[in-house]
Structure formats: structure tokens, C-alpha cells
Design a protein around this ligand. Structure first.
Ligand code: GLN
Ligand code: ZN
Length: 761
């Protein structure tokens, strides 16, 4: 019985690659230095898997930036603006595509399916010339081989590559990207032949788009692509790996009849229905790579349960054709539990990061082969039992309250129009009220204060007085700028989820649980391990303090339940919506305490609501229903005169606009400045929006300072489709990552533009 790992984190257990990359980009180290760090990481990962006993060890899952960009390099599909002149693509062209350079902007980046990983979107068109321009897959295979490790080279499959691409600038939107298959397959064939010549006996093609909703035409592309590649496959075992969701029945049929393919990999964690398909028919003589160990979460596998699933699959695929695997690449989980010093032993016993998952996969394979490590399985069973029964996990009161929410509805009693009237009587805001999204620049000094307080190097009094001083500075700046609805600037927060997680029960935090988000950037999601409750108010002190410093309305600032959920590692022992409802109840308490403390405007950020959309359309309605319901639960109990704001990032809202309306917030501020037209077109097409809305008037992700004219122009464009009395004027998102030298002039221009337009109304 064999074991396989779909892919492995590249960053290193202590983010070694991140630091090497950033030092190289800053010109502080050489390409040789960077390559040395990279090859050391690769060899340690291969050795680790080999020592663990993994049979099918992946190679070419390392990347200096992104595996899709690596594929673009392999195919030589460099957009013209990078002036690449041919030959093997080097680091400078590669990083220019990833990050831009002094003269040319980067390629677009977008989310990799429903993960928090972002890939570089290929830009293709009828005139794109493809040539074999990066031999990385072959050289990594050889590199491992030289270490005595025979690996399975992994390639992004040709059809997924094209389906994830976009038409280059100037190319008609209707251009069929799949029409390029004929141009890229010859290069894939070359790569396959070289790998074969180098000694490879297996090749893995990642085709995760197979789990999406595909049309007949797209499915046909899989059949023709692999039929075309078949001639290059002779003498090889070819694995097609799918992940992140159930595979639709039609796609399963197509997949299992692809020519030349000998093995199929499935995500059996996200895709519970896939098991039924496999059980009802699996082609004889083919390998089944069963992804039973979760690649996207941090929980120790329930080995007994997995073993029984695997045993049932032996009958389907045959003993010698069943391979134990991970549900997807382990790059979506944390790297190594060994480096966790902050977590207590009990919680640690419930967890498995990538390094531990490798061991789990192998233990399962050995157990299937009749060499069960009884002690290891017993320890695992004990940990599972302790997790199930631990009083730290269960809070019956919370469970009852959350369960009661399911199937019911929670809404504010009056219509948004009536509420806005009541609020306006109290708040007395000018037309086109101005505001910001929450955070103000986080200076080095501010970060130092927080760090020293955490490390107990400064006293609580010192900390409080430093934060108060910062708030008062931010309040003064906003008053001087003449902004209408103020924020306290969030100086006490390192991160909009961590700040709340640290004060809620049921959350744990890692020291090194980093997951790659894009390029060298990593995030460290909190772990939700138990029922969530709020023992004490979390923000009331700071909001009250801030409000006491000004006569203008001060927004209370909270992170919403869906965003907290989507940016955490969540429990796998209850449905996501249940955890979300629990968080919603905790945030509800906070909202009510803020209201009682005299805060009249409360913003509940749902930056990541859209992000949580399931991959398959058939599951959207259910998700949106409980996500939007969770949001409403947080504020359904406030008075009409309390104004509830929400904020969302990413501008692609058209498909969920009705859910946004259903959130029933009084005011929504939306990131918009990178695609004005898109958002506004919904309203132009007649969607009725009666609540307040502030589409961001400038992009805070760039250091550029927008001019007054430019902002006025944008506001006027919005006024053409939105009623004057509902429009708010605000930046795109929080100002945390900007400098004061950028923020002050930008906001000055924002306020001037607003005042100018007010005189013209
Ligand atoms: N209130 C948060 C801030 O301003 C919102 C951040 C976000 O939308 N990502 O920082
Ligand atoms: Zn935002």
C-alpha cells in the first residue's frame, strides 16, 4: 500500500524563503544566496518525506512565487511589456511578471479557487507565442534524483492552466482561451519527454478546475488535451489530481475516461459526494489516490475513520491500486507543529501541520498493508477522544443559543428608509457624508508599543496612555480635515481577526503557523478549537475613549462573524455555519455594549464575506443564506437610531448584490476604486439600493495621492447612478499600510472634492 503527498509548503518552517526573497528583492543578497536557501528547503522537504516512508514524493511544487507563474514561464508566455528576448527565463523576468518593475506593472493576481493563496493570472491571446522557456520541472526532478530520491514531478495541467487564464489586454473578451490548447500541448509533450528521459516514471497533472461547474465544451477540452498527450505518455504512469470540492458526476465520467491516464486523485475531505461516485464505478486497473488527510486545515486526522474509508475503497480499486494521499497540496496548511512553543500540550495533541500530515499519510498506508503502528494509532485515538470530550471545546450554553438560530430569521424591525431618517435626525450629517474605513497608519513606534506591552516590557498604564495619545492624534487629524464620521484608527490592533480572536474563548494562536498568501506574504490564521463566547467587552473601552475626545460621531469598529470565520482555521467537528452563528452571538453582545456606551455608529466589517463563496454555484445560496443571517444576528437588536455600517473588500459584487442588500446594513462602504464601472453597472441596470453606500473613491493599496478633480469626477460618476441622499464618500479600505504623508493629502483632497460637489448640488 502506497502513500502520496499532493504538494508541500515552500516557505519553510520559519518562513526561510520569505526572508531570502525579500532580502534578494531589496538588493541585500545575491541570486546565489537565494538559490541556496531554495535548494536547501527543497532537499530538506524531500528528505523528510522520504524518511517518513512516502512512496510518491512530489517535485516541482516548490516555487519562487507561484506555480501558475512557473507554468507561464515554462510555456514562455511572457506578456510583451516585459520585453523578454527569449532563452531560459531568469529571475529578473520572472519577478518582473510577479511584482512589476520600475517601468512595468505586475501581472494580475487572483485567488486560487476558494483558498487564501493567490496566483498570477496568465495573459494570453491569439498572438501569444509559446516556447519551452523554463526547465524548472526537469531540473527539480534531477535535483531530487541526485539526492537519491525519485519524485513525481507535478505540473499545472494544460486545461486548468488555460481555464485560469484571462485574455490579454486588447484581446476580445470573447476570445476562446481553450483554442490555445493546440499551441501549448507541444510544449507539455516536450516537458514530459524530458522528464521521462531523466528517469521519471510518474507525472502528476493538477487539474483542480475539474471540480468547478464546467460546460460540455470545457469538459471536451480535457478529453482532447489528454488524447493529444497520450503519445508522450507511453511508459509513464500519469496521475490527474483534483481537489477543493466534490467532483461533479459529468466531470468524473470525463476524468475517468481520459486517454493515457492511469491514476486519479480526489479530495475526500471537501468532497463527501465524490466517494459515492467512486463506489458506484471506478475503472478497473487504474490507481485511486484517496485524499483522506486534510490539506487545508490543522487538525490531526481521525486515523481510525480514515482507515475505515480506505478499507472500503480497497474493494473498489483493488489493494495494489489504492494510494493514501492528502486532500490537496499541504501548502494550504501550516508547516510544522514542532515549532509551536505557545500552544499547550492538550491543544497540540489535537493538531497536525504539514510535517505531521506526511507522517499520518504514511501511517495509514502502512496500516492498510497490515503493518499498523498500534501505539501511534492509539495515541491518535486518545487525542481524538480528548478533543471530543474536552470541557475547553464544549460550552453547552453557547451550543444551545447557536442551535436555536438555525432556521429562524433575525432582522431589525423597521425598514432601512425609516431607520436612516431616525438616524439622520440624531446625527445631523451633511449630504455626502465623509468617513474612513477604520485603521490609520501604523507607525514603527506604534508597533513597538504594542510589542513591548505584549512582552510585558511596558506597564498597562504606559500602554493605555500611548494608545490614547495615538487615538487623540487621529481624532485631531480627522477634525482638522473636517471628516464627518470619525474612526479611532485601530492603533490597538495588530490584525482585524487576531485582535478579536485573542479576546474570545475558543480561539488559539500559533507562533509559526504561517500559510502562504501570495509571493513572500504569509498569514497566520487563528485556530478556532472550541465553542466561541465573549467573556468581556472587547472594544468598548477604546471606542468610548475615542468618542469622549470629539463631538462628532465616532464609529465603533468590529470585525464581523463571517470574516472571523473565513480568516481562521475552523473546527471540523461541526458545520461552518454553526461556528459562524456562535461568533455572531459574541459580536452581537459587543454591538449591544457599544450601543449602551453611547456609540451611535457601529461598523461591522465583513471584508471576507465574498471570499467564502463555495466553488460550486449549487452551494452559493446556502452559504450566502447563513453568512448574511450571521451578519444580521449581530445587529438585529439595536435601536433604529443606531447606525450600522459594514465594509467589504474586493469589488466583484455584482453576482451577490442581492445578498448584500439582504445584509440590511444602514451603510455599506465597498472597495471599488480599481473597477468603478463594474460596481456601478449593477445600479445602472436598475438594482434598487436604498441604504447608504460608499464605494471607495480612491485606491489605498497604492502610495499615489489622488487629486481633488479625480475624486470629484468619481463622485460625480457615482451620483449619476445613485441617489444623492444615500451616497457616502470614503477611501477604499483601511489606511493601516499607508504613510501619514500619503494619507493626509489624499484625505484633504477627498474632503475638498466632496465640499466642491456639495456646492453644485
Ligand atoms: N476596519 C478595517 C481597517 O480599516 C478594515 C480592513 C479591511 O477591510 N480589510 O483596517
Ligand atoms: Zn477593505
Amino acid at each position: 500500500m502506497a502513500s502520496h503527498i499532493v504538494g508541500y509548503p515552500r516557505m519553510g518552517p520559519k518562513r526561510e524563503l520569505k526572508f531570502a526573497l525579500e532580502s534578494f528583492w531589496d538588493g541585500k543578497s545575491s541570486a546565489d544566496d537565494l538559490e541556496k536557501v531554495a535548494s536547501d528547503l527543497r532537499s530538506s522537504i524531500w528528505k523528510q518525506m522520504s524518511e517518513a516512508g512516502i512512496k510518491y514524493i512530489p517535485s516541482n511544487t516548490f516555487s519562487y512565487y507561484d506555480q501558475v507563474l512557473d507554468t507561464t514561464a515554462m510555456l514562455g508566455a511572457v506578456p510583451e511589456r516585459y520585453s523578454w528576448t527569449g532563452g531560459e527565463i531568469g529571475l529578473s523576468t520572472y519577478f518582473s511578471m510577479a511584482r512589476g518593475n520600475a517601468t512595468v506593472p505586475a501581472m494580475e493576481m487572483t485567488k486560487w479557487f476558494d483558498t487564501n493563496y493567490h496566483f498570477i493570472v496568465p495573459e494570453l491571446g491569439p498572438s501569444t507565442k509559446f516556447t519551452y522557456a523554463s526547465h524548472k520541472a526537469v531540473s527539480e526532478y534531477k535535483e531530487a534524483k541526485a539526492l537519491g530520491i525519485d519524485t513525481v514531478p507535478v505540473l499545472v495541467g494544460p486545461v486548468s492552466y488555460l481555464l485560469l487564464s484571462k485574455p490579454a489586454k486588447g484581446v476580445e473578451k470573447s476570445f476562446s482561451l481553450l483554442s490555445l490548447l493546440g499551441s501549448i500541448l507541444p510544449i507539455y509533450k516536450e516537458v514530459v519527454s524530458e522528464l521521462k528521459a531523466a528517469g521519471a516514471s510518474w507525472i502528476q497533472f493538477d487539474e483542480p478546475t475539474l471540480v468547478k461547474d464546467l460546460d460540455v465544451h470545457e469538459l471536451a477540452a480535457f478529453s482532447s488535451a489528454y488524447a493529444e498527450l497520450e503519445s508522450a505518455f507511453s511508459g509513464l504512469n500519469v496521475l490527474i489530481e483534483t481537489y477543493f470540492a466534490d467532483i461533479p458526476a459529468e466531470s468524473y465520467k470525463t476524468l475517468t475516461s481520459l486517454s493515457g491516464v492511469t491514476a486519479y486523485g480526489f479530495d475526500l475531505i471537501r468532497g463527501a459526494k465524490t466517494l459515492d461516485l467512486i463506489r458506484s464505478s471506478f475503472p478497473s486497473g487504474k490507481y485511486l489516490f484517496a485524499g483522506v488527510v486534510d490539506g487545508r486545515n490543522i487538525w490531526a486526522d481521525d486515523l481510525a475513520a480514515s482507515l475505515s474509508t480506505l478499507q472500503s475503497l480497497e474493494a473498489v480499486a483493488g489493494k495494489d491500486k489504492l494510494v493514501v494521499s492528502t486532500s490537496c497540496s499541504l501548502m494550504h496548511t501550516a508547516v510544522d507543529l514542532v515549532n509551536e512553543t505557545k500552544l499547550d500540550d492538550e491543544i497540540k495533541s489535537w493538531l497536525a501541520f504539514a510535517a505531521q500530515k506526511v507522517v499520518e499519510v504514511n501511517a495509514l498506508a502502512k496500516a492498510l498493508a497490515g503493518q499498523k503502528d498500534e501505539a501511534y494509532f492509539a495515541a491518535n485515538a486518545a487525542a481524538q477522544a480528548s478533543r471530543r470530550s474536552s470541557p475547553r471545546v464544549t460550552n453547552e450554553e453557547v451550543q444551545k443559543a447557536a442551535a436555536a438560530l438555525k432556521g429562524s430569521d433575525h432582522r431589525r424591525a423597521t425598514t432601512v428608509a425609516a431607520r436612516l431618517d431616525a438616524q439622520q435626525k440624531k446625527l445631523n450629517l451633511p449630504v455626502l457624508p465623509t468617513t474612513t474605513i477604520g485603521s490609520f497608519p501604523q507607525t514603527v513606534e506604534l508597533r513597538r508599543v504594542r510589542r513591548e506591552y505584549k512582552a510585558k516590557k511596558i506597564s498597562e498604564e504606559e500602554y493605555i496612555s500611548a494608545i490614547k495619545e495615538e487615538i487623540s492624534k487621529v481624532v485631531k487629524i480627522q477634525e482638522e480635515l473636517d471628516i464627518d464620521v470619525l474612526v479611532h484608527g485601530e492603533p490597538e490592533r495588530n490584525d482585524m481577526v487576531e485582535y478579536f480572536g485573542e479576546q474570545l474563548s475558543g480561539f488559539a494562536f500559533t507562533a509559526n503557523g504561517w500559510v502562504q498568501s501570495y509571493g513572500s506574504r504569509c498569514v497566520k490564521p487563528p485556530i478556532i478549537y472550541g465553542d466561541v463566547s465573549r467573556p468581556n467587552p472587547m472594544t468598548v473601552f477604546w471606542s468610548k475613549t475615542a468618542q469622549s475626545m470629539t463631538a462628532r460621531p465616532m464609529k465603533g469598529m468590529l470585525t464581523g462573524p463571517v470574516t472571523i470565520l473565513n480568516w481562521s482555521f475552523v473546527r471540523n467537528d461541526q458545520p461552518r455555519f454553526e461556528t459562524c452563528y456562535q461568533i455572531a452571538l459574541a459580536i452581537k453582545k459587543e454591538v449591544e455594549d457599544l450601543e449602551a456606551a453611547g456609540i451611535q455608529v457601529i461598523q461591522i466589517d465583513e471584508a471576507a464575506l465574498r471570499e467564502g463563496l463555495p466553488l460550486r454555484k449549487s452551494e452559493h445560496a446556502f452559504y450566502l443564506d447563513w453568512a448574511v443571517h450571521s451578519f444580521r444576528i449581530t445587529n438585529c437588536g439595536v435601536q433604529d437610531t443606531t447606525q450600522i455600517h459594514t465594509h467589504m473588500c474586493y469589488s466583484n459584487f455584482n453576482d451577490i448584490i442581492h445578498s448584500i442588500i439582504d445584509m440590511d446594513a444602514d451603510v455599506i462602504t465597498i472597495e471599488n476604486s480599481r473597477s468603478d464601472e463594474k460596481l456601478l453597472s449593477v445600479f445602472r441596470e436598475g438594482v434598487k439600493y436604498g441604504a447608504g453606500i460608499g464605494p471607495g473613491v480612491y485606491d489605498i493599496h497604492s502610495p499615489r495621492i489622488p487629486s481633488t478633480e479625480e475624486i470629484a469626477d468619481r463622485v460625480n460618476k457615482m451620483l449619476a447612478v445613485l441617489d444623492t441622499n444615500i451616497l457616502w464618500v470614503n477611501p477604499d479600505c483601511g489606511l493601516k499600510t499607508r504613510k501619514y504623508t500619503e494619507v493626509k493629502p489624499a484625505l484633504t483632497n477627498m474632503v475638498s472634492a466632496t465640499k466642491l460637489i456639495r456646492t453644485q448640488l
